[in-house]
Design a protein around this ligand. Structure first.
Ligand code: CP
Length: 308
């Protein structure tokens, strides 16, 4: 029997078998959720703590829903003026004090890449990365893969194009690792200022032309520009970016009829995607959100060791 993993820090260090395990359980849980099951007892008596140093709507609420559906208690803390982080308490001290109250998991979102890796050196409980800087967002990549599998039946062989601020995106990085491991063909597209310098090492194709990058794609994943992670303005204007790299009435004409459109959220309507495309028939954006609950239930279940 394979040993239960202790933490989920990133996709880069996972084997294909470990990714498969999360996806297979996520798929099974999703079917049960769709059939109306609302309560499990796997984490009955457990407590999940989430500690977020950055804003979140989807990740935070879906982890809470996932923990509660599994029967756990859930405590959420925003590391803001309401906590002693505002008085100068460090990340490690904050996490160690929370651990002293005997929770069973710590979920961390932090603006610094590598923050969850730092915590596992100091904590004994499982740590789950809910997004660290522009490093990784592993549960987002897993829920994205589940969404592609639900629609196409498999990820292997799919042509996936990720468009936008690749340089500052943890979603892009986790998705690239996962999609490459699962046998998809990945292209990234954006203006030169938003593509990272280390693309060769990631094994993806790149293009500055939206038309060239999306015309053969099965999946187009649009990303928000991470203005909060940029020191200087890296695009001339939002309007110009939208014209050349946005998905809108004109640029969707380049897509295959069967292509699906994804976005991790939050959307900046009118910057990377128009409302009619975001809400259109080919958009699976809200399916991604729904799959986030199932995947996070699978992650908590597997890390608890409660699911063989
Ligand atoms: N996709 C995602 O991480 O969204 P939130 O920032 O709202 O959690």
């Amino acid at each position: 029997m394979t040993k239960a993993p202790q933490h989920l820090l990133g996709i880069e260090e996972l084997t294909l078998a470990e990714i498969r395990r999360y996806l297979d359980l996520g798929k099974k849980i999703k079917k049960e959720l769709d059939a109306g099951t609302r309560k499990w007892e796997i984490l009955q008596g457990s407590t999940v703590v989430s500690l977020f140093y950055e804003a979140s709507t989807r990740t935070r609420s879906s982890f809470e829903m996932a923990a509660k559906r599994l029967g756990a208690d859930f405590i959420h803390m925003n590391a803001d003026a309401s906590t002693s982080v505002s008085k100068g308490e460090t990340l490690v001290d904050t996490a160690k004090n929370l651990e002293a109250m005997n929770p069973d998991f710590l979920i961390l979102r932090h603006a610094s890449s590598g923050a969850p890796q730092l915590l596992v050196k100091h904590l004994k409980i499982p740590v789950i990365n809910a997004g660290d800087g522009f490093h990784e967002h592993p549960t987002q990549a897993l829920l994205d893969a589940l969404t592609m599998e639900e629609h196409f039946g498999k990820v292997a062989g799919l042509r996936v194009t990720i468009v936008g601020d690749i340089a500052h995106s943890r979603v892009a990085r986790s998705n690239i690792h996962l999609l490459k491991k699962m046998g998809a063909h990945v292209t990234v597209c954006g203006p030169p200022t938003l593509l990272p310098p280390d693309l060769d090492g990631l094994g993806v194709e790149s293009s500055y032309s939206l038309e060239a990058a999306i015309k053969n794609a099965d999946v187009v994943m649009m990303l928000r520009i991470q203005f909060e992670r940029q020191n200087d303005k890296q695009i001339p204007s939002n309007a110009e970016y939208f014209r050349f790299y946005g998905l809108h009435r004109d640029s969707v004409r380049f897509l295959k009829k069967t292509a699906i459109i994804m976005h991790p959220g939050p959307l900046n309507r009118g910057v990377e995607i128009s409302p009619e495309v975001a809400d259109g028939a080919n958009s699976l954006i809200l399916n991604q959100v729904a799959n986030g609950v199932a995947i996070r239930m699978a992650v908590l279940s597997i890390l608890s060791g409660g699911v063989k």
